[in-house]
Design a protein around this ligand. Structure first.
Ligand code: NDP
Length: 288
């Protein structure tokens, strides 16, 4: 059984990016610039934004964060988006979720310039993804595709089952696996899928993004399948020094004994999301 080391693959991608940035700076060109908009005090969102700032610094990017309290008015967010759309020094930006309830996600998304849409939330980018055109891919599904590719897992002709149909993971990932460079046969499952176990257990590649801690046990998995676990959860665990342990949507201990390859949590898909956000920013820089 092979453990697909997302951390190592992400580090390789980040070091490729850092080398590219150094070469740009040596030529007297500016560094790529990623901006982040965040509103509110959600702990996980704030720590993700801190991590973006740190990782940008690590590869030599410029990063600017626009931080607002949860009482921010919708107009302030829209004005910041307008500002970033028009700022030639900014290559791309993300809008960290969740947004406060007085801010309409649809209005915000429609305001984003698709050329600077590093999250791939804008309908133009989602449409291009569906059509198989070159576009910014959402970071997590992009990370899953990079993991599969760089771990040497063949997708062509394979039965690929995705559990979860969210707009940020399951749906875009299904489109990416269906394109002619991946050529997988794709099934997407959700909470109304009948006999989920039977559907999952025919997968050569099983990708799980359901947000249900350790729900996928060995009886969902075919012998020698590849299992990609997108889920990430903090479970209370008094035996741990910090009082919790991190796990995914897959019961790693039992599934890892049955499958051919598996991503761990942490250290699997999560590590790739950031690396792919940095890749998108480099792509936007080159398109500028
Ligand atoms: P959502 O809650 O938006 O979507 C969950 C999907 O799973 C839905 O389609 C839902 O079905 C389906 N689902 C839920 N329960 C079941 C069930 N019992 N049986 C079958 N299908 C089920 O989640 P996200 O896509 O945003 O995230 C999924 C997981 O991935 C979470 O753990 C999240 O924390 C993690 N994540 C990790 C990232 C990373 O960087 N590693 C990034 C993004 C997410 P229905 O549509 O019918 O409700």
């Amino acid at each position: 059984m092979k453990i697909i080391d997302g951390k190592e693959i992400a580090n390789t991608i980040k070091s490729e990016i850092a080398t590219e940035v150094k070469s740009l700076l040596d030529q007297g060109k500016p560094a790529p610039h990623l901006a982040v908009i965040i509103a509110g005090e959600d702990g996980a969102a704030l720590s993700y934004v801190n991590s973006i700032e740190k990782q940008c610094k690590g590869v030599g990017y410029t990063c600017s964060a626009y931080k607002f309290p949860s009482s921010v008015k919708e107009e302030e967010i829209l004005a910041t988006i307008d500002f970033l759309n028009n700022d030639d020094e900014v290559d791309g930006y993300i809008i960290q979720m969740p947004l406060p309830k007085q801010v309409s996600i649809d209005k915000v998304t429609a305001h984003v310039d698709p050329r600077k849409d590093m999250d791939c939330f804008h309908p133009v980018n989602m449409g291009n993804l569906l059509l198989g055109k070159d576009c910014f891919a959402p970071a997590t599904p992009h990370g899953v595709m990079e993991l599969i590719k760089r771990a040497g897992i063949e997708t062509e002709g394979k039965d690929c089952v995705i559990v979860g149909r969210s707009n940020i993971v399951g749906k875009p990932l299904s489109m990416m696996l269906l394109q002619k460079d991946a050529n997988a046969t794709v099934t997407v499952c959700h909470s109304r899928t009948k006999n989920l176990k039977r559907v999952c257990s025919r997968a050569d590649i099983l990708i799980v993004a359901i947000g249900q801690p350790e729900m996928i046990t060995a009886d969902y998995v075919k012998e020698k399948a590849t299992v990609i676990d997108v889920g990430i959860h903090r479970m209370p665990d008094p035996a741990q020094p910090n009082g919790y342990r991190v796990c995914g949507d897959v019961k790693f201990d039992e599934v890892s004994k049955k499958c051919e390859a598996i991503t761990p949590v942490p250290g699997g898909v999560g590590a790739m999301t950031m690396a792919c956000l940095l890749q998108n920013t480099m792509k936007a820089y080159k398109m500028r």
